[in-house]
Design a protein around this ligand. Structure first.
Ligand code: ATP
Ligand code: MG
Length: 660
């Protein structure tokens, strides 16, 4: 049996705890199936009902879905709404004015809280200030800030006046920032003097100045600066203003700009794991609807919850599950400025204890690095903290390997919290395939089943359905409200990338490979389409070999790529980070042999890596994803000439150039 088949008959099944199921929004598989049926019977009617029930409409829509210009789908188009009204004002009207909206914890540990009323006042005054500068509906505003209440205020204020925001992750360079300002045609940039991460102050404003000086930003008239540290920054007269000055003296009343549900709420560039980032354009109504529904269905959000999504607002996860979803549902959430390893690798656990977090949502890359840290330093092991407040855990961003899943379940969830392994993308706007915590029996390493209304399927290279048990290409057969509307400035690339001719032009192509279990129909993501290896005619997902390596007690992280090989078609090259020190010389040779034998024994001799290279880390995108496209170049022994602007740690490439 191959490793992938083993993964699929993974016999550890975790049923939803009874107490959890009893109170959940979706309490059983019967209920889940009934919801799916409702969509099958009346697709438009069901979406229309949910949109009416969940969003405030200034003017109701008369048509749910317009497919006349497919794949440029339109949802609820003639309905008028406003995202900021739905996230803030509506909650105040419903009696939540005094409820805490955001608990902000700064890098250094200071805690600041805002209620829904306070958030409203900050958003309204800033929105009025933006209007006074002449920024209006349809304008684009780039936001280049670190995690802060002000970052959320900036996004909400743009939404309030109908300006389309484009958030650029604060870790990006001047060049990456400039490219995005130019591509999106921004009239204003909102940034901060400095950002604090792990005790270090980083000069955001200076980088922003450098970006603008690179040229092409002629449309940009205003640079608005949030004073975070009070560090010394040059301000350019006429162009630059302090954020507090923009808000000062403005009215707390700001009538929202009522926009069509199709109005672009934001453009967000993908993380660049596979190529040049794409400016993904999202809508207002359909996007917000799905952010809300997934908060309710996947996260089972309750009034009393303290929700913490550790993503940055620079990524889609920080849009849907920080800036919009939790607020639209009237929730209380944590916003965290710092990094998981400062002042030590117990920071996340300490914060869960301090704020009594009940729902915790993070990425496999963070989990794996904290496993490594707690293995070497018992003081930061989660068992040193009181994590009893937790009732639900989530994972996003990459496949979570079963070993990390088990560790998360045992050490963080105390074996009582369901884990929702949420598969989705910048392009999908919200979760697509994920367990429902009160209903779905969990299997480590599987994102289980599509959410109701999401018609996910697996097809072959010609778009034909694949039977369960056979791997293929993940697609979505019907549109859904929060889907990408287009690639900003590049509708052709939108059609080519996501609705390719080869698959018939009607299927949404996610770009990931997947396989469904023969018995349960559960989905397992096997990696990006181009990460499927063909060794001597055997097709294998890179993910299966990686999971196997990470299951070895020596290994912290592993990435697998293919390299053309005369004998076998493709040869497996593996990049490994050990829990201990990076081995060299004979040590490296010895451990490489050991790991090769391990893979041979666990999966089969065919999966034995031809080559193993050791590094202190792996090349990662700024959102922490392994950049396999770079590893493929290194594996071939070639120079890296590709776009590495989204790479977090370019210095690591040198270590990985040669076989140990
Ligand atoms: P680019 O599209 O520029 O290459 P990216 O795909 O990394 O970048 P994102 O939209 O941030 O940009 O990430 C979406 C991808 O992340 C998915 O297509 C999938 O490969 C991976 N992913 C996210 N969540 C999961 C999950 N729960 N399980 C498996 N893979 C996941
Ligand atoms: Mg992608």
């Amino acid at each position: 049996m191959s490793g992938m088949e083993q993964l699929l008959v993974e016999n550890r099944v975790f049923n939803p705890p009874k107490a959890f199921a009893k109170q959940a929004a979706i309490t059983s598989m019967e209920q889940y199936n009934a919801m799916c049926k409702a969509f099958e019977k009346d697709f438009n009617g069901t979406w229309g009902r949910l949109a009416k029930e969940n969003l405030h409409w200034k003017k109701p829509f008369t048509k749910v879905l317009d497919e006349s210009k497919a794949p440029f789908y339109k949802w609820f188009e003639d309905g008028l709404t406003n995202a900021s009204y739905n996230c803030i004002d509506r909650n105040i009207k419903n009696g939540l004015a005094k409820k805490t909206a955001i608990i902000f914890e700064a890098d250094g540990g200071e805690v600041t809280k805002v209620t829904y009323q306070e958030l409203h006042d900050r958003v309204a005054t800033f929105a009025n200030g933006l209007k006074k500068l002449g920024i209006k509906k349809g304008d684009r505003v780039v936001i280049y800030m670190s995690m802060s209440i002000e970052g959320v205020v900036a996004m909400q204020a743009c939404a309030r006046i109908g300006a389309t925001h484009s958030v650029v992750f604060g870790g990006f360079s001047a060049k990456s920032l400039q490219e995005r300002i130019v591509d999106v045609g921004a009239v204003a940039l909102i940034t901060a003097d400095q950002q604090l991460r792990g005790g270090k102050a980083l000069p955001l404003k200076t980088i922003a100045d450098e970006a603008i000086d690179l040229g092409g930003c002629e449309k940009l008239k205003h640079v608005i600066v949030y004073k975070r540290t009070g560090g010394d920054v040059p301000m350019k007269a006429g162009r630059d203003k302090w954020m507090h000055d923009v808000s000062a003296g403005q009215s707390k009343v700001c009538e929202p700009e009522w926009v069509s549900a199709e109005h672009p709420l934001f453009v967000l560039y993908t993380s660049g794991s596979t190529g040049k980032p794409k400016g993904v354009q999202h809508s207002t109504g359909g996007y917000l609807l799905w952010a809300m529904l997934t908060m309710k269905w996947t996260f089972d959000l309750r009034d009393s919850d303290v929700f913490w999504c550790t993503a940055d607002i620079g990524w889609v996860t920080g849009h849907s599950y920080i800036a919009y979803g939790p607020l639209a549902c009237g929730g209380t959430q944590i916003v965290f400025e710092g990094v998981p390893t400062y002042p030590n690798a117990g920071r996340f656990w300490e914060m869960i204890q301090r704020h009594k977090v009940s729902i915790f949502y993070t990425a496999p890359t963070a989990i794996r690095s904290l496993i490594k840290a707690s293995d070497t330093d018992a003081n930061v092991h989660p068992n040193k903290y009181n994590l009893k407040s937790l009732r639900l855990l989530g994972s996003v961003g990459e496949p979570i390997n079963p070993e990390a899943w088990m560790w998360y379940h045992k050490n963080i969830g105390g074996e009582k919290c369901p884990i929702v392994d949420t598969f989705w993308q910048t392009e999908t706007g919200g979760h697509m395939i994920t367990p429902l915590p009160g209903a779905t029996p969990l299997v480590p390493g599987s994102c289980t089943l599509p959410l109701p209304g999401i018609m996910a399927a697996i097809v072959d290279e010609a778009g034909g359905d694949m039977p369960n048990g056979q791997g293929g290409i993940l697609v979505v057969k019907r549109p859904w409200p929060s889907m990408i509307r287009t690639i900003w400035n590049d509708p052709d690339r939108f059609v080519k990338s996501y609705f390719p001719e080869e698959l018939g032009g009607k299927l949404y192509l996610a770009g990931d490979g997947a396989i469904r279990n023969k018995d349960t129909g559960y989905f397992t993501i096997t990696g990006r389409i181009d990460d499927v290896l063909n060794v001597s005619g055997h097709r294998m997902g890179t993910m299966e070999i990686e999971s196997c390596l990470v299951a070895n007690p020596l290994v912290a992280e592993a990435a697998v790529v293919g390299r053309p090989d005369d004998m076998t078609g493709e040869a497996i090259v593996t990049f490994v980070v050990l829990k201990g020190k990076r081995p060299t010389g004979d040590d490296a040779k010895k451990i490489a042999t050991e790991l090769r034998n391990w893979v041979g024994k666990e999966i089969g001799p065919i999966a034995k890596p031809k080559e193993i290279r050791f590094g202190d880390n792996l090349p990662k995108t700024r959102s922490g994803k392994i950049m396999r496209r770079i590893l493929r170049v290194l594996a071939k022994g070639e120079e890296v000439t590709q776009d590495v602007s989204t790479l977090e740690n370019p210095a690591i490439l040198d270590q990985l150039k040669e076989a140990s």
